[in-house]
Ligand binder design. Structure first.
Ligand SMILES: [Zn+2]
Length: 321
């Protein structure tokens, strides 16, 4: 029990960025914003704080476990490994995020969106990542070719569990309807790095659904790819919906063992699909397979600054209520 309490305290301390002080009981309204995450709670004294933290966590845990299919061992494991993973912020019991059952409803809405439109699965040969010239130049000159994961911003649904918590790199997967080539124009930057889908799959074979949203007219689905056993994967197992690569409405992998060939397909129906890849990438390793980074034409520029653009909460298509 002592370890559990300590773990929960560590977990809250990790999210708040502050260590508990067991020597000096105090009553404070604690409010802290870190990387855009704001946590507010009252600390009467450290012991009460510990007790209420454990109680709150327990009261929330069954909601997570019973309706979401996770077992209590997985929840405990997630608590115990916090503190070893400073880059990933696990939700506190006070955070207003979707439960897995709510996320399941959001997924059903995204599936309904696809299935009620003219849609087709289009073959794709590459994932790709469009960024500004300065971004790639800096990595090639100063970062030893390594694109490091960064914290997900708050773009999209404000209740998406990964916002401000999970670390990764976004990849695009949409293709042109007729040619199956990556979408010709970019909104993220004038330089494009192609990525080999099978290489990315082998690095991060677990696929999760995390978001369905719109800001203006187009709708977006956000998926997450993780390496089994990684901290990111533990996070996603607890808070996101796992998808089957062979059978989902967004991004499909078909492997034919007889021919030892693998083909990828992406849904084409006006839905934009973003994939958050939770491991670093080495540009030189990627370009060996796909060729050098090249220029693409830009059409506008999508950026919400460091925070990201908020979801349109009045849209009936992609909101729960
Ligand atoms: Zn919408």
């Amino acid at each position: 029990m002592g370890n559990v309490i300590k773990s929960v305290i560590d977990r809250i301390s990790d999210a708040s960025g502050e260590k508990p002080d067991s020597q000096q009981p105090r009553a404070t309204d604690f409010r802290r914003s870190e990387n855009g995450i704001e946590t507010t709670f009252t600390r009467q004294n450290t012991v009460d704080h510990q007790r209420s933290a454990v109680t709150s966590f327990r009261s929330q845990a069954p909601r997570t476990t019973s309706s979401h299919g996770s077992d209590s061992a997985a929840v405990k494991a997630s608590i115990n490994q916090v503190g070893k993973t400073p880059n990933i912020v696990f939700p506190t019991p006070f955070d207003d995020i979707y439960t897995k059952s709510e996320l399941q409803i959001l997924l059903a809405k995204a599936q309904h969106f696809v299935r009620t439109r003219r849609h087709t699965m289009s073959q794709l040969n590459y994932f790709y990542r469009d960024k500004a010239r300065a971004y790639y130049d800096d990595i090639l000159r100063n970062k030893n070719n390594i694109m490091q994961v960064y914290r997900k911003d708050f773009h999209g649904d404000p209740k998406s569990p990964i916002n401000g918590r999970l670390m990764g790199l976004f990849m695009s997967v949409n293709v042109e309807y007729r040619t199956y080539q990556p979408v010709y124009k970019s909104v993220y930057g004038e330089r494009r790095l192609l990525l080999d889908p099978e290489k990315k799959y082998r690095q991060c074979p677990n696929l999760y659904f995390t978001d369905f949203y719109c800001v203006h007219k187009p709708h977006y689905v956000t998926l997450v790819m993780t390496r089994p056993g990684s901290d990111a994967d533990n996070f996603c197992q607890l808070y996101l919906i796992k998808l089957d690569w062979k059978d989902n409405d967004f991004l499909i992998r078909r492997h034919l063992p007889y021919f030892d060939s693998t083909t990828y397909y992406v849904m084409t129906c006006g839905l934009w699909i973003e994939v958050f890849f939770t491991e670093d990438m080495n540009i030189s390793e990627e370009t060996k397979l796909t060729g050098p980074i090249f220029d693409v034409e830009m059409i506008g520029f999508r950026s919400g600054g460091s925070v990201g653009l908020r979801k349109n909460l009045n849209c009936d298509v992609c909101n729960l209520e």
